[in-house]
Design a protein around this ligand. Structure first.
Ligand code: ADP
Ligand code: ZN
Length: 735
C-alpha cells in the first residue's frame, strides 16, 4: 500500500509515501501523519491510499497522530470541494476543517492524577489518624482526581502517597475531559405543543431527513428554535446526528442552553458539543473528540462547526442564514451556509436555513425551485409584531435647529417607558463618540495615516482611533495644521458613546448601559450586562450590532434606531438589503412579552424602499423590488462574483500589476456576454494598514468553471515583490 499525503507546507501538491508494517493498522484516509520532506519532518494528511506509485524509492511515514483518522472521508471530500470552488490549495482548506488544537503533533488530552482505591484481601495495614480519614473517603468514592481528594480532606499529596505505599490506593495519570459548561446548571425542557405553522414546517422537514434544502422564513419570535429542536429529535430517533450553525455573536450561553436543556435527559439523551472561538484550545480539542467518538451527536457552533465530524449526519441547521459572519474573510474564503448546502447534498442530510430576513440568494433559490419554502408569518403564541414608526429627521433638524440625536417623538417614548418601568433598546451601528474631527476654518479632517478613512473620536480615552488598523493618537485641542492652529475644531457625527452621554443628560435618573466592543473587554462582560438587563437593573441599553439579534427580553417595549441611514451609504450593492435586515432584526427585539412593542426608526431618507418595507414587515415586497434592481445590474443572485484584490505599499506598482492581471483575465475568459469583468479600480477601502488596494470584479453565471480557471492563473502568475493577490469567490462585502 502507498499513501498519498498533502503536506502543510508544500502547496497544491500531493506526495506518495510508503507505510511501514508497524503503522499499517493505523494509517487510513484522513489520518494525520508526520513524514520526512527533504531534510525536514512535516505534518500532513493522508488524502488517498493507492495500490502503487509512479515514483520509486518512496520514503516511509514516520508516525501517526491519534487512534482514529481525524478527517473522515466525507469531510475530506468536502475540503476538496472547498479548495476547488473557493480557489485555494487543499492544504489551506484542510486547515479550516481541523481546529488548530486537533492538528497538533501530539494529542492534546489533559492528563490528571487520579487516585483509585484497591481492594486488598489481606489484613488492613495500620494507619495514622490522618491517613485513616483520607482512606475512609476514597474507600467510599472508589476514585477521584488527586487534587479533589486533597481539597476535600484538607490533606497533602504526601499523605495520599503513603496510602499508595501501603498498597491501599494507586495513583495514575488519566485523561480528564474539559467541559466549558461544567459550571452551569441546566434544567431540562420538554417539547412545546407546536402551533399550526410550526407543525406544518416540522412535518416537511421530518419527511425530508435524507435530502432537501429548506428555507424557513419565520418572523422574529415565530418559534424557529422549537422547530429546530424537534427536527433534531427526529434525526436522533433515526440514529443520525445534527449540526446547528449560529452566528458567533448569537452563540450566547442562553442559546446553547436551549439545546442542552432539551437533550440532557430522556430517551434521546446525548451530549451537545459546542465549538466557537472563545473556547480554550484544550476545550476545543475535547469538544471535537466528543463528536468524533460519537458521544456528542449534536454540535452547535459558529462557522467552522460545519466541518464537525458528525457521522452519520441527518440534519444541518443554519440559523440567521443571511448573516455575513458565515463568510470567512481569510483563505479558505468559504461561506458556511453554502458549504452546509453542499455537505447536506454529499451526505444525504436535510438542510434548514432559517431567518426572519432571508438573503436574496436563498429566496431566489426558492423561486427557482432549488429550496423548499417553509413560512411562519406570525409570532408564536400570537404576540403582535411591533408597530414601526419612521421619524423624518430632516423635519426634526429644522425644528431643533441643528442635527439632533433624539427626535422629540423618541424622547417622549423613552420617558413613557421609564415611567412605566419598561425597558428600551437604542441601536446605533457605530461605536466611539464622534465620527470625525474637522476644523471649520481650514477644512482639516483627521485622517488615519495608514488607511483611507477618517479617525473616530473616543471621548473616554481622549483619543482619535482608526477602526480599520487601530492607529491612535491623542485628541488635539487646537487644529493640528501648523498654519491654522484654530482652537475651534469640531467633532461631528455620532457614535454610541455620544448617544450614551446625551441620554444621561436627558434622563439623569435612568440606569443606562452601553454595549459595544469598546466596553466589552472580557467575555464575562457580555453575560453580565445581559444578565443585569434581564433582571431589570438597566432601563436603557445602548449598543451596536451586538444587541441587534437573538436577544429575547419580554420587558423591552421600545426600540429606537438612532440613525438608520448609516448602512444605506456604504458603497455596496447589498446596502439596501443590509439596511432592511438590520431594521427588521433590531425591531424584532421589541414587544416579545405581553405588551405590544413600538419601534422608532430615525432617518434622513425616510422614503427609501428598504426603510418603508421594513416598516410594514414586508419581506416579499422588499424582495420583489430588490431582485428587479439586481437583475437590471446583473448583481447576485442573478450572477456570482469573483473579487480579485491586489495589495501593496507602492500604489504605482499595484495599479500596473492590476492592469496586467486584467489583461490575463481577458485572455483566459475571453470576451463575450458570458462574463462581466470590471476594473481594475481602487477598492472602496482604497488603503488599509498602509497597503493600497486595487480590485477587479468578475460577474458570471458559471462560477465553478471560472474559479478553476482563476486557480490556474494565480498558480502561474508571478507577482512583483511586495504585492499580494487575493481571490474572493462570492464575497460578502465589496470593501
Ligand atoms: P425565533 O427564533 O423564531 O425568533 P424563538 O424560538 O426564540 O423565536 O421563540 C420565541 C418565543 O416563543 C420563545 O419564548 C419560545 O419559547 C416561545 N414559543 C415557541 N414555540 C412555542 C409554542 N409552540 N408554544 C408556546 N410558546 C412557544
Ligand atoms: Zn488605520
Amino acid at each position: 500500500m502507498v499513501t498519498r499525503v498533502t503536506l502543510e507546507i508544500a502547496l497544491r501538491k500531493e506526495f506518495d509515501y510508503s507505510v511501514p508494517p508497524e503503522l499499517s493498522a493505523q494509517v487510513e484516509v484522513g489520518s494525520r501523519v508526520k513524514v520526512p520532506f527533504g531534510p525536514r519532518q512535516v505534518m500532513g494528511c493522508v488524502t488517498a491510499m493507492v495500490e502503487a506509485s509512479t515514483h520509486t524509492n518512496l520514503r516511509p511515514i514516520l508516525s501517526v497522530v491519534g487512534k482514529q483518522s481525524l478527517v473522515t472521508p466525507k469531510v475530506l471530500q468536502l475540503a476538496r470541494w472547498i479548495a476547488g470552488y473557493y480557489c485555494c490549495p487543499v492544504e489551506i482548506a484542510l486547515k479550516s476543517v481541523l481546529p488548530d488544537s486537533i492538528r497538533k503533533e501530539k494529542e492534546g488530552w489533559r492528563e490528571r492524577l487520579f487516585v483509585r482505591a484497591v481492594t486488598t484481601p489481606g489484613e488492613m495495614p495500620k494507619l495514622s489518624k490522618r491517613q485513616k480519614e483520607v482512606w475512609n473517603l476514597i474507600e467510599e468514592w472508589r476514585e477521584m482526581p488527586l487534587q479533589e481528594l486533597i481539597k476535600l480532606t484538607g490533606t497533602t499529596a504526601e499523605t495520599v502517597r503513603r496510602l499508595e505505599d501501603k498498597g491501599l490506593v494507586v495513583i495514575s495519570e488519566e485523561v480528564s475531559e474539559r467541559d466549558p459548561y461544567a459550571n452551569e446548571r441546566i434544567l431540562p425542557t420538554q417539547p412545546l405543543q407546536l402551533n399550526a405553522e410550526q407543525a406544518a414546517a416540522l412535518e416537511k422537514i421530518k419527511a425530508a431527513i435524507g435530502s432537501s434544502v429548506f428555507l424557513l422564513h419565520g418572523v422574529t419570535g415565530s418559534g424557529k428554535t422549537e422547530v429546530y429542536l424537534q427536527a433534531i429529535a427526529q434525526a436522533l430517533e433515526q440514529g443520525k446526528g445534527a449540526i446547528v450553525l449560529v452566528p458567533e455573536i448569537s452563540l450566547t450561553p442562553q442559546t446553547v442552553e436551549r439545546f442542552k436543556a432539551r437533550f440532557n435527559s430522556g430517551p434521546l439523551q446525548t451530549l451537545v458539543a459546542v465549538l466557537h472561538s472563545h473556547l480554550s484550545a484544550g476545550e476545543r480539542h475535547d469538544e471535537w473528540h466528543k463528536i468524533r467518538q460519537g458521544r456528542a451527536r449534536i454540535v452547535i457552533g459558529a462557522r467552522s462547526a460545519i466541518f464537525a465530524p458528525v457521522e452519520p449526519l441527518g440534519l444541518i441547521i443554519v440559523d440567521e442564514e443571511h448573516e455575513h459572519s458565515y463568510k470567512q474573510e481569510e483563505a479558505p474564503r468559504y461561506n458556511a451556509r453554502d458549504v452546509a448546502v453542499v455537505r447536506g447534498q454529499m451526505e444525504g442530510a436535510a438542510v434548514v436555513l432559517g431567518s426572519a430576513t432571508p438573503s436574496l440568494e436563498s429566496f431566489y433559490n426558492v423561486e427557482r425551485g432549488k429550496y423548499a419554502l417553509l413560512s411562519m408569518p406570525t409570532r408564536a403564541d400570537d404576540k403582535k409584531m411591533p408597530i414601526v414608526r419612521i421619524v423624518d429627521m430632516r423635519l426634526e433638524m429644522r425644528k431643533q435647529r441643528g442635527v439632533p440625536i433624539f427626535s422629540t417623538q423618541l424622547k417622549e417614548a423613552i420617558a413613557r417607558r421609564l415611567e412605566h418601568k419598561q425597558q428600551t433598546i437604542l441601536f446605533l451601528n457605530r461605536r466611539g463618540y464622534s465620527t470625525s474631527l474637522q476644523c471649520p476654518k481650514c477644512g482639516y479632517v483627521a485622517q488615519c495615516p495608514n488607511c483611507s478613512v477618517s479617525l473616530t473620536y473616543h471621548r473616554t480615552v481622549q483619543r482619535l482611533l482608526c477602526h480599520i488598523c487601530g492607529h491612535n493618537v491623542a485628541a488635539p485641542s487646537v487644529c493640528p495644521d501648523a498654519k491654522c492652529r484654530n482652537p475651534g475644531i469640531r467633532y461631528s457625527g455620532i457614535g454610541t458613546q455620544k448617544v450614551e452621554e446625551n441620554l444621561a443628560k436627558l434622563f439623569p435618573h435612568a440606569a443606562i448601559r452601553r454595549m459595544d466592543t469598546d466596553v466589552l473587554k472580557r467575555k464575562e462582560d457580555y453575560r453580565r450586562i445581559l444578565g443585569d438587563f434581564r433582571l431589570g437593573k438597566i432601563d436603557i441599553l445602548v449598543g451596536t450590532q451586538m444587541i441587534a439579534k437573538g436577544l429575547h427580553f419580554p420587558n423591552v417595549t421600545l426600540v429606537g434606531i438612532i440613525y438608520a441611514d448609516l448602512s444605506l451609504h456604504i458603497p455596496d450593492f447589498r446596502a439596501g438589503e443590509r439596511t432592511f435586515q438590520l431594521i427588521t432584526q433590531v425591531a424584532g427585539r421589541a414587544g416579545r412579552g405581553d405588551i405590544e412593542g413600538e419601534v422608532f426608526v430615525q432617518s434622513f431618507t425616510p422614503h427609501h424602499p428598504a426603510i418603508q418595507f421594513a416598516r410594514r414587515h414586508d419581506f416579499n415586497g422588499f424582495y420583489e423590488q430588490e431582485i428587479d434592481a439586481r437583475r437590471e445590474l446583473r448583481y447576485p443572485p442573478l450572477s456570482r462574483i469573483a473579487l480579485l484584490t491586489i495589495k501593496g505599499r507602492n500604489e504605482e506598482k499595484v495599479r500596473f500589476t492590476a492592469e496586467h492581471l486584467r489583461k490575463e483575465i481577458d485572455n483566459l475568459l475571453g470576451g463575450g456576454k458570458e462574463h462581466m469583468i470590471m476594473g481594475p479600480a481602487p477598492a472602496p477601502l482604497a488603503r488599509a494598514e498602509t497597503f493600497y488596494r486595487y480590485q477587479i470584479m468578475i460577474r458570471t453565471r458559471q462560477m465553478s468553471k471560472v474559479s478553476a480557471q482563476l486557480a490556474q492563473l494565480s498558480e502561474k502568475l508571478s507577482l512583483p515583490e511586495g504585492l499580494a493577490l487575493t481571490i474572493d469567490i462570492d464575497p460578502a462585502t465589496l470593501a
